[in-house]
Design a protein around this ligand. Structure first.
Ligand code: URA
Length: 324
């Protein structure tokens, strides 16, 4: 085994316990001095694990998508929407050789992008690193949307519904994301939607999991990071939106609270990253109370206005004053 499923499962459990405590309104958890010592030792172990996983995954995955330096602005936002296929034989170039590298922006055609993405998709299907963890289901949930999109949304990992449809963000969180896009004047076919982890995380051995989901671990994200990196290199969007703390931590490879992430400007491969709340968080806040839902929605909307400004999307007075 290239990884330590026990450690991953333990951390997953710890995160679940803390989230449950938080949901119950707790802001303090009693911890023994021994437990604190053990927790202090975890970052070093995780760091080492992450290094070896990234090295293994990089060796196996990204050779599929060689991308030259960007020499011109991103493709026009008006590029006709062309959804990427899910994991079906419709992906005609899955078995075709990857196209040769291109020199300039003019050659980064939609066809070239599509072929590159299909090559990455194929490399996910063959990648050993995420599978060796033994903590993820087998079905690949890749990405959907416009390969020429200027805005890329990145979530954490697919859930039960996404696994069933082999498409990211198609469950309740996906419906919330579509509402956000609509408020921005966009549809999901005009943007690119992906996840860091390309497989649904298992709870235990997954046998009795039903439709419940769990947050991916750092190890799981590290094992899949080369894929999202390669996707972003193919798209070269104007802005990346990290949906939620877990996605932000995975993408930016650093820990932190979501409020702190939101207050800073981040970059991934020189592309600005806006961190906002995960759509599931919005759903939870809305369920808690109308006011909490409104506060969370307003914060997400502020972040989306920044995204619209970055890509130069028109912002109407109504949109600008949405929550005022
Ligand atoms: N949550 C995510 O982060 N990704 C999905 O695809 C669905 C829910």
């Amino acid at each position: 085994m290239a990884a330590n499923p026990g450690l991953a499962a333990g951390l997953g459990l710890l995160a679940e316990i803390l989230e449950r405590e938080k949901a119950r309104g707790g802001d303090a958890v009693p911890v023994s001095p021994e437990a604190i010592e053990t927790l202090r030792g975890i970052p070093a172990v995780m760091q080492e694990r992450r290094r070896s996983l990234v090295a293994a995954a990089q060796a196996a995955a990204v050779s599929a998508a060689p991308v030259p330096e960007r020499s011109a602005p991103a493709v026009e936002a008006t590029t006709p929407p062309a959804p990427l296929p899910a994991e079906t034989p419709a992906v005609s170039s899955v078995s075709a050789p990857a196209p040769s590298p291109v020199e300039g922006a003019a050659e980064r055609t939609e066809e070239w992008r599509r072929a590159q993405l299909n090559a990455i998709f194929k490399s996910v299907k063959q990648a050993p690193a995420p599978r060796e963890l033994g903590t993820l289901f087998d079905t690949v949930v890749f990405a959907s949307g416009n390969p020429s999109a200027e805005i890329v949304f990145v979530g954490e990992a697919p859930g039960a519904e996404e696994e069933k449809q082999k498409k990211p963000f198609v469950g309740p969180a996906g419906q919330k994301l579509e509402q956000i896009l609509k408020a921005m004047g966009l549809s999901r076919e005009e943007v690119y939607i992906s996840n860091i982890v390309k497989f649904r995380p298992k709870k235990g051995d997954g046998r009795f999991q039903g439709s419940s989901n769990r947050t991916p671990t750092q190890e799981e994200m590290a094992s899949c990071l080369p894929f999202i990196r390669a996707e972003i290199e193919v798209l070269r969007p104007r802005v990346i939106v990290a949906l939620g703390r877990t996605a932000a931590e995975g993408l930016l490879e650093k820990g932190g609270a979501l409020a702190a992430f939101r207050n800073e400007t981040h970059h991934f491969a020189d592309i600005p990253v806006i961190v906002t709340y995960h759509p599931s968080y919005l759903l939870r806040q809305e369920a808690a109370s109308a006011e909490e839902g409104r506060v969370a929605k307003r914060q997400v909307w502020e972040d989306m206005l920044r995204v619209m400004e970055i890509v130069g999307l028109p912002i109407s007075e109504k949109q600008r004053r949405y929550f005022l």
